[in-house]
Design a protein around this ligand. Sequence first.
Ligand code: HSE
Length: 436
Amino acid sequence: MAFVMTDMDRKTWRVGVAGLGTVGAGLLNFLAERPGFAPAGGRAVVTGVSARSRTRPRPFDISNLPWFDDPVALARSPDVDVFVELIGGSDGPAKAAVEAALSLGKPVVTANKALIAEHGAELAALAEAKGAPLLFEAAVMGGTPAVKMVREALVGDDIQSIAGILNGTCNYILTEMEAGGRSFADVLGEAQRLGYAEADPTMDVGGFDAAHKITILAALAFGCAPNFAAAEIEGIEQVDLLDIRMARDLGYRIKLVASAERSEDGVLVRVHPSLAPLDHPLAQAGGALNALFIEGRRIGRIFVQGPGAGAGPTAAAVAADIADVMTAPQRPVFQAPAGALEPFKAVDPSKMTGRAYLRFLVKDEPGVIAAVSETLAGAGVSIESFLQKPTEGAQGVPIVLTTHAVTESALTAAVERIAGLEAVLDRPRLLRIARI
Ligand code: HSE
């Protein structure tokens, strides 16, 4: 006998949506296109919405949906079975509403990476105590699978490292700066208009958004509690067009790389503008794309690339979590039950080794390059390649070099000494060469 499910058989899941920004709008559009979204033996129907403003012009009509001024009241509404949190922000109304829903044992779906990275362990404990799923596929890489891939599909592997491009806004900005020789500020405005950037773009360009995402992936991959405070974070605000061009002349492209590595000493989570060889897949992931390498002891290397931001892709990931709620998966929120997560043991980044790109603006006079290279040699830093590019009419001359692998502490000590040389005219630039 064929298995046929009629509309009568389907359980209706009444969904409350808090936050009607880019992703909230994407979700309502999605549900309008697929009315009563009905995967996994259930159908989703929106029974309440909440946002900062009820009257703000929107590309869709919310007049027929029950309105809640307060997202906590929406989360508690008896007409809501699944609470979808798309407000954003690590604290405030988003956290209060998620806690309210979980406390009542209601499943929560969220795209909020800040909330999960900063409060994931305590929310997981609450969710598991109440037997309520807490799902956040949309929090990392938007529509491109990452969370479930690491938590579920790869749970049989021992993941050693994860590295990738996790912020579409920064990737878009760096790509457009290189392609069009355009300024950082000019391209940032465009990324905001396209809906890639967060409400506060500092979260993107300062590296915090990527750090939230890699913190979540590190917790899922390594079975530890998420610890955002341990992440080492540098954004792209200081990346000059000159560095983009110089890196290219040396065979590299600058990307904002987020990485997490596990060693015997613990876990290191970092976000830095980093150089990737031009022919490497990370260098070739342009525009708002996200891309991720995962290295496991058994499976080896996995590479996934796709849209990491934007209304449509991110709403699709939220919808996939709503579908999971319908099948009632009772997995732990992270890799292990909240009470059994390993405490996060942070590695001292100054002990890490890696290759680097250095740029100095120096006086164009005899002995300067010798002084720079002697200082590097004195600090134990070995030069791999070297480039000097005189620029007509400019004060000083930029010199750029790449180093062989060196410890972070030796490298920063050498850069500080060079910054103090009389012939050095500007703050030196230090970028890491990605270990990918
Ligand atoms: N602002 C984020 C980005 C959106 O640019 O990647 C998705 O988290």
